[in-house]
Design a protein around this ligand. Structure first.
Ligand code: ADP
Ligand code: ZN
Length: 602
């Protein structure tokens, strides 16, 4: 057996080079060191422990929090010809017994196991009789009590350090800010280990936020023009909206499934399974869907409602494009969304200090929505990273104008104030524009000094200004009256003219020229790519596995470009290792030969 990492990368995984920190991590762990690895989703964390597992003698124990993730990884490894198994509550008793036997007999390279099972005394005793290559602790941020994925079982993993002192331990995660990092190091006793920290950018994801006017239609247009036949996730806030959106999309001819916590467990499970196993389905879901979704070819993540925070947004959008191919994070957002999210904080009975933290988080989120700078810069800076303008987000591709808005802000705020902080957006706009209607006359508001002060701006301009004032926190939609606007906490500097206020000039209409990014150069390639995908789906169905465990889209695309017609040249395509070449090589060559003949035929 070869113990050279690069050789293993090439022959088993079918890749030519290591990426980023992979090589450094692997060398460190192969030499017996502990480590913490932070890489963005899709960065290639799995290889950081899978290759050392194959280089070192004995079995590698991989701790994973979710059965779905485990099964997925085990299936991928088996397809590559690696001896991997999982041990979890979804297995029958006899399967568990058999896996335990092959573990003790030294027949396995890798065992995926849930933390609570690993830490059972009987299981730990068994491990003492095995030769151990390493421990890999995946999703290591689950030890953090402050994060949203906290799993108490993860805390027990600290004991591994004492019980197995000579065995390298490797903690991996994609989500860890500075406090969480420290927590991981401390709670997993990795203090002396090396740290490998990669930047958090996801360059293949294009970020886009559009103004909400007809959200479902906007979504449909987006899917039809840019993502027909692609897999994607659409996030909505409520169960009702999930159901409604999914069935509406189906009526429009888009294959859409629903997922939320209120669905029958079996239906929910079946929908998730279908999404993972089929190509080109749209999953409409609440945030109950996502954790542990490891599908590499999700081409878009769409938000019809605001996420809870920028952290949540980054995690949710991060599910797109794990395979590195161009993908979209798309969101629609409007005045109501800004008003609602601010209102929720003010109406909650949390302590004032907690509210202050929440307000900051919401300001960051709304600031992202309203920004006129590069969205990627806003995101990365929020996470303590830096970046230059990316040229792969809507504000980079279609720069947004700004205007000095102090006077307009003062006019709007004073209209809110002088009408007694009792009226909603439509009324305030009428006051500003001097629309003398019955309601205004009944209140006598046509005599106010602010009446008609903003005639020069259109209704939409004023709505945009009010939306941005709400996003900035200068105006708040009060929770007790129907959408009435009241003044925010820090408006005095604005009213006194001491603050700078800059507004974005909303683009009149979202031009679609942010452009569809082409994966494929020619129609002939597209035909071949589609045929390869069809063949892959047949092979996957026959085995009851997701298509991407056979080959990723990246690999099929490269086949469509290179059109290899011999096994030898096929083996050079990234993602085609020895195991898969033997197993599927001829199948895919047949497709290439058949389709290319059609292509060049008379
Ligand atoms: P993560 O767990 O960090 O989200 P994965 O380990 O699932 O990422 O890897 C993401 C994708 O990148 C997978 O499709 C994987 O096969 C691919 N990949 C990882 N390392 C390499 C490499 N060195 N060369 C080419 N592709 C790679
Ligand atoms: Zn940008």
């Amino acid at each position: 057996m070869h113990h050279d990492p690069l050789h293993i990368l090439k022959t088993i995984f079918g890749y030519e080079q290591f990426r980023g920190h992979q090589r450094a991590v692997i060398d460190h762990v192969v030499a017996g060191g502990d480590a913490m690895v932070l890489m963005p989703t899709g960065g290639g964390k799995s290889l950081c422990y899978q290759i050392p597992a194959l280089c070192r003698d004995g079995i590698a124990i991989v701790v994973s929090p979710l059965i779905a993730l485990m099964q997925n990884q085990v299936e991928m490894l088996r397809q590559l010809g690696v001896k991997a198994a999982g041990l979890h509550s979804g297995m029958s008793f006899s399967e568990i017994v058999e896996t335990g036997r092959s573990m003790r007999a030294g027949e396995l390279d890798m065992l995926y196991v849930a933390p609570e099972r690993l830490m059972q005394p009987a299981f730990l005793d068994q491990l003492h009789h095995c030769r151990l290559a390493l421990f890999a602790i995946d999703e290591a941020h689950c030890v953090s009590q402050w994060g949203h994925d906290f799993r108490p079982e993860y805390l027990q993993l600290a004991a591994l350090a004492e019980r197995f002192p000579g065995v390298p331990r490797l903690a991996l995660t994609a989500t860890a800010d500075q406090p969480t990092r420290l927590e991981i190091l401390e709670r997993l006793c990795l203090g002396k280990g090396a740290q490998f920290i990669a930047g958090f950018d996801r360059p293949n994801i294009r970020y886009r936020v559009s103004l909400k006017n007809a959200p479902k239609k906007q979504l449909l247009h987006f899917i039809r023009t840019e993502h027909s036949r692609n897999s994607g996730i659409v996030y909505c806030l409520s169960r009702a909206k999930v159901e409604e959106t999914a069935s509406w999309l189906r009526e429009q001819g888009i294959e859409a499934l629903a997922y939320h916590a209120g669905l029958d467990r079996h239906v929910r499970h079946a929908n998730q399974d279908k999404f993972l196993r089929e190509d080109g389905l749209v999953m409409v879901a609440t945030i109950a869907f996502g954790m542990g979704i490891d599908k590499p070819d999700i081409r878009f993540v769409a938000h019809l409602d605001l996420p809870r925070s920028l952290e949540a947004y980054y995690q949710e959008t991060g599910r797109a494009g794990r395979d590195g191919l161009p993908s979209d994070a798309w969101m629609v957002y409007g005045l109501q969304d800004a008003a609602k999210i601010r209102q929720m904080i003010e109406a909650s009975d949390a302590s004032e200090s907690k509210k202050a933290v929440e307000r900051q988080k919401v300001s960051a989120l709304l600031g992202y929505c309203e920004t006129t700078c590069c969205r990627r810069q806003v995101l990365l800076e929020y996470f303590g990273d830096t970046a230059s303008p990316c040229n792969n987000c809507d504000t980079c591709l279609q720069p947004v104008d700004t205007f000095d808005g102090l006077e307009a802000a003062q006019q709007a705020l004073s209209a809110i104030y002088r009408t007694g902080q009792r009226f909603g957006v439509a009324y305030i706009v009428d006051i500003l524009r001097g629309e003398e209607n019955d309601r205004i006359r009944a209140m006598g508001h046509q005599h106010l000094s602010t009446f008609g002060i903003g005639r020069s701006r259109s209704v939409n301009e004023w709505k945009s200004i009010l939306r941005q004032l709400i996003a900035m926190g200068h105006a708040i939609a009060a929770s007790d009256q129907n959408g009435a606007l009241i003044l925010g906490h820090d408006v005095l500097p604005v009213l006194r003219g001491e603050a700078r206020v800059s507004f974005r000039r909303d683009p009149a209409e979202q031009r679609s020229s942010t452009g569809k990014r082409v994966l494929i150069e020619t129609p002939a390639e597209q035909i071949l790519f589609d045929a390869l995908r069809t063949r892959r789906l047949e092979l996957a169905r026959a085995q009851g596995v997701p298509p991407y465990v056979i080959f990723h889209d990246t690999t099929l695309l490269e086949m469509a470009r290179r059109k290899p017609i011999h096994l030898d040249s096929l083996s050079k395509v990234p993602g085609v290792g020895c195991g898969k070449l033997g197993r599927y090589g001829q199948d895919f060559l047949d497709v290439i030969i058949r389709v290319s003949e059609l292509d060049t035929g008379p």
